[in-house]
Every structure is written in C-alpha cells, then in structure tokens.
Design a protein around this ligand. Structure first.
Ligand SMILES: *Cc1c(COP(=O)(O)O)cnc(C)c1O
Length: 363
C-alpha cells in the first residue's frame, strides 16, 4: 500500500495528532494516572468471583444496563426527573456528545469550548469529531476567568462547553457562581465533568433540574474502578435521548455490568478508600509546602500539581523514574503548565517513598 493513499484519505488533522502515550510503569510506584491504589478485602474479592462465575459470556449484555443504571442513580444521588446514560468510560460519553453535535450549522463548523489548562481529551475528541475547539486561558492561579469565558461564548456560540469540576490537571474547583453564569449564557449544552467528585465537597448534580442545558458527568474510574471503564451522564432527558442515539449497542460489557453492580452494593468500601486518599492528600500537601522554592497548588482531587524551579521539571521527572517513581510531567504542555509536575496521591507508604525520592532529586 502506498503512503500517498494514506496521505490522501486520512484527515490532515488526524495525521497531525500523536497517539495518546501511556508510559509502561514496570515495577515503578505508579503515581501518574489518578488511580485509587487500594484493592478490595479478600472476602470481597471472593464474593465478586462468585458473581462472575454466573455471568453468561455467550449472551449479549443488557443493552440499557437497567439494573446498574438504577444502582448508579442512587449511589450518585441523581435527582428524580433527570435521566442517565452510561458510557464505556466518561471518555466515550465525551465522544458521543461530540458526534451528536458536530457538523455545520448555517455554514459554520460547530465548536466545543473549554478552559486551558484543562482535560486534554476534550480537545482530542473535538478533533476526532471534526469540531472546532476553543480553549479559554485560566488565570495565573488557575481560577476561571469568567469574563474571558463569557466573551468567548458570545463570540464562538459553542454547541457544547465542558467544565471539569474539580479541574484536571490543576486540581481546583472553579467558582460555582461563574459556572452558573456560563450555563445561563451558553447557547448550547454545558457539561460539568465531575470525574473527581469523590474527593471534592461540592457538586452540580443537585442542580441538573434547575437548567435545561446543564448535564453532569461522572466516572467510577477515579473512585477505584478504572479498569471497568464506566462513566455516566445525568440531566435533562431531551438531551440524553438524542445523545443515546449515537451510543453503540452493548457499550457496557457484561463483565463491567456485573462487576459494577457488585461494587455498588459494596460502595462503602470504595468510599472509605477515597476518604483515606483525601486525608493523605492533605498530609502530602503539607509536606510539599515545606519544600522551599516549590509552588504547590491546593487540590480537591486525588492528585497535587506542583511547579518546580525553572527548567527543572524534565530533570526531576527523569530522576524520579530512575528512583522508581512514575509521576506526570506536564512541562511540555507549556503555557501555565511549564515547569509543572502532577502527583497522584497513593498509599501512605507510596507517598512517603515519593517524598524521599523527590527530596533526593532536589538536592
Ligand atoms: C480521568 C478523567 C476523565 C475520564 O474518565 P474515564 O471515565 O476513565 O474515561 C474524564 N474527565 C476528567 C476531567 C478526567 O480527569
């Protein structure tokens, strides 16, 4: 096959992308991907195996995952009157939203708007779906620049606005009233992405019935079930009815349905783990704060963003790897993320090993 054919037919904006790169952790302490570091107690694992024994792998899963949907409605406190759709991870929900909204309206490409720095998948998926993407810069302290966002909304008339609450990779919660004004101003739908809800103490879920264009997205990934790939979108049934049409049949596989149903029956175990992570986040935050020359950003998520001395991020990141600790290096993203590193909160032992290694890289 000649290369020319690839060049001719693959969209230029896809050819220009580099594939999402995930480093091999090997034996390293893995503090790069916001995973919950804890497993389940042994008796719970055995009980789960018993559930899996009875799963009929020869059958297609329940296409609408009714039982799981009802459990999630309770576990996530989705208000009466709001609908829910499930995705193969919340990434798939972002993709479904983009697919349903993309294309031309009155000769103009539809756009997606979010903030920068923000969650990288918004921009990626906008590109996949051939939507224009608008990233509005945050203030220097990573707070929301309300005026800039409202002006950009007026100018670009985006079909969809994504706001991560708390934001990734910065970890902060944006001002609640600014987000309400964004919802009121946006001509299209606003998705408040609460991937880190388990670690934060505020949510837009109770407000989904107050607006006809506000939807709340959640995932079980950061709660401790990243391997299952399960996210949910809640809110106005009219929007969800349309988004559901681009969902592939059986997108939530039978093992995920059975395992997530089981996990939701034991949700207290996950809640205890996330509480532990919140406690350890504060300990880690205070320890990092004591390091001179380090800028530590407050976090309501299960990770902490730090800014190191100018030009040191790559060096520190690589030294940490040599010392057996994998974190996320955001330096190459540039802008406000220049010299920034993101550390996922692990177990107390992992956090201590990270702190020891980190201090070594600084000396
Ligand atoms: C991790 C993350 C997601 C993706 O979650 P999945 O359900 O694992 O696809 C979505 N939004 C934000 C802001 C995230 O950080």
């Amino acid at each position: 096959m000649s290369h020319d054919k690839v060049e001719k037919w693959i969209r230029p904006e896809i050819r220009a992308l580099s594939a999402y790169h995930v480093p091999e952790p090997g034996e390293m302490i893995k503090l790069d991907a916001m995973e919950n570091p804890y497993h389940w107690p042994e008796d719970m694992v055995n009980e789960w195996f018993d559930v899996l024994k009875n799963v009929e792998l020869n059958r297609y899963p329940d296409p609408s995952a009714k039982k799981l949907t009802e459990q999630l409605r309770k576990a996530m406190a989705v208000p009466e009157g709001a609908d829910i759709i499930l995705g193969n991870g919340s990434d798939e929900l972002i993709q479904m939203i983009a697919l349903a909204l993309s294309g031309n309206r009155a000769g103009k490409e539809c756009s997606m708007l979010s903030v920068d720095p923000g969650f990288v998948m918004y921009r990626m998926i906008a590109t996949f779906a051939a939507m224009d993407y608008v990233g509005v810069p945050l203030n220097e302290d990573f707070s929301l620049n309300e005026t800039a966002v409202l002006n950009a909304i007026e100018l670009h008339q985006p079909a969809v606005v994504f706001i991560a609450y708390p934001n990734n990779p910065t970890g902060n919660l944006f001002d609640e009233y600014s987000i309400k004004r964004i919802v009121e101003t946006a001509p299209g739908v606003v998705i408040v992405d609460e991937a880190y809800h388990a670690f934060a103490d505020n949510s837009f879920m109770p407000l989904v019935n107050d607006y006809d264009n506000l939807l709340v997205m959640r995932t079980v990934s950061k709660m401790g079930l990243a391997g299952l790939r399960l996210g949910l979108l809640a809110g106005n049934p009219k929007w969800l009815h349309e988004f559901d049409k681009v969902r592939l049949p059986y997108n939530i596989n039978i093992l995920t349905q059975a395992s997530a149903e089981f996990a939701m029956r034991h949700v207290a175990v996950l809640e205890q783990q996330t509480q532990q992570i919140c406690t350890d986040r504060e300990i880690l935050f205070n320890q990092l704060k004591q390091i001179e020359g380090l800028h530590v950003f407050p976090s309501k998520a299960n990770f902490i963003l730090v800014r190191v001395a100018e030009g040191q991020a790559d060096i520190i990141f690589n030294k940490l790897k040599e010392l057996g600790v994998l974190i996320k290096n955001l330096n190459s993203a540039g802008g406000l993320l220049k010299d920034c590193l993101r550390i996922t909160v692990g177990t107390p032992e992992e956090n201590q090993k990270f702190m020891q290694a980190f201090k070594k890289t600084l000396s």
